[in-house]
Design a protein around this ligand. Structure first.
Ligand code: AHM
Ligand code: MG
Length: 339
């Protein structure tokens, strides 16, 4: 019989066999996965769990929070605050960082998350997900955890020590990297555990599928418009091939499709809010996704620069995102560079 490898076993082996992850990081990842199981349950209940609809509040970015946004945020905090593996957490749904309270032991890791990405899809029963990124607090003395501040989080994405997401769709799927490729785990609901279902995910370098909110086209700049117009021109156009378009509207689901079968995801700057570099958030959306995509052989830029090289200035900083199949990301990036 085919032997199932649980996430727990996968992580224990990563700790013992290749020494890739220290025990505290293994614990952290298991706790995040456990929280995702709880979020998955809440999502699955839908109207029966009285979790749908708006929470009548706004987050730091001025977006209306859904009840499930807040529930998912609380689940992640409650699960992670007491284990001794973290110094602090930061979330799309919280203005400031959440330092681990003094009554709990502390560790050297920093956890960032978008607790429920794709909020506009919650009430319409379309895939949504949790995105997370793990950094290490940079200290001269690793024993010194306190004080911790937002400045500790302002590290480039290439400093991440783990990143992943969990997509709540027809299946609940956890996708993870610790820097040696991308592994996929599917939630076995009967067993209540994540089971390894794919290793060494690879994104094909070429693709004929793009994901962009084309309703914003009239607000884009010239390089982005050029790229999409060339795709839309199909076989008769300069690309000489027909492109397909897919847009779920949950980054987590769109990126999952790209990791599974290739494609390019584009969320560019637009002129409605010229001072904002993009819609998506660098530290807990773009960085973890960029690392996963690179680990799968793809590429991720903001149009000019590798996303993982960007030095953040703010916790909730925004960024333009072009990620997925390498040759397509290189192409749209070269259009920006030529400007
Ligand atoms: P959220 O974190 O508030 O859900 O916002 C991020 C989402 C992404 O998942 C998705 O790619 C994008 O917003 C879609 O935005 P829009 O529908 O405005 O184009
Ligand atoms: Mg989001």
């Amino acid at each position: 019989m085919h032997r199932k490898i649980s996430l727990t076993r996968y992580l224990v082996e990563k700790q013992h066999n290749d020494g890739r992850i220290p025990p505290e990081l293994r614990l952290l990842l298991e706790v995040v996965a456990r929280a995702c199981k709880r979020i998955s349950l809440a999502v699955t209940k839908g109207a029966l769990g009285e979790v749908l609809g708006s929470a009548d509040s706004e987050n730091v970015q001025g977006e209306v929070q859904k009840k499930l946004d807040i529930i998912a945020n609380e689940v992640l905090i409650e699960a992670n605050e007491w284990g001794g593996h973290l110094a602090a957490m930061a979330s799309e749904e919280m203005d400031d960082i959440y330092a681990v309270p003094h009554r709990f032991p502390k560790g050297e890791y920093l956890l960032l998350f978008d607790p429920l990405d794709g909020s506009s899809n919650i009430d319409v029963n379309v895939s949504i997900g949790t995105i997370f990124s793990v950094l290490r607090k940079q200290n001269d003395d690793p024993q010194v955890i306190d004080p911790v501040s937002a400045a500790d989080f302002l590290q480039a994405g290439k400093q991440q020590v783990a990143a992943g997401y969990c997509v709540y769709g027809p299946q609940t799927t956890l996708v993870l990297t610790v820097g040696d490729g991308v592994a996929v785990f599917t939630l076995d609901r009967e067993q209540g555990s994540f089971v390894l279902t794919q290793e060494d995910l690879r994104i094909p370098a070429d693709t004929k599928e793009f994901a962009a909110n084309v309703s914003n086209m009239r607000h884009w700049d010239a390089p982005m418009t050029r790229y999409i117009e060339e795709c839309l021109a199909g076989k008769e156009g300069p690309r000489g091939k027909d492109f397909n378009m897919r847009w779920v509207g949950s980054m987590v689901a769109d990126v999952h499709r790209i990791l599974t079968r290739g494609g390019i995801f584009l969320y560019p700057w637009d002129r409605r809010e010229p001072n904002k570099p993009g819609k998506l958030r660098l530290m807990y959306e773009a960085n973890p996704m960029a690392w996963l995509v690179e680990q799968a052989g793809g590429a991720a830029t903001n149009g000019r620069q590798r996303i993982l090289d960007i030095q953040p200035d703010q916790l909730h900083e925004r960024v333009s995102v072009f990620l997925g199949s390498k040759h397509e990301v290189e192409r749209v990036t070269s259009y920006h560079e030529a400007l």
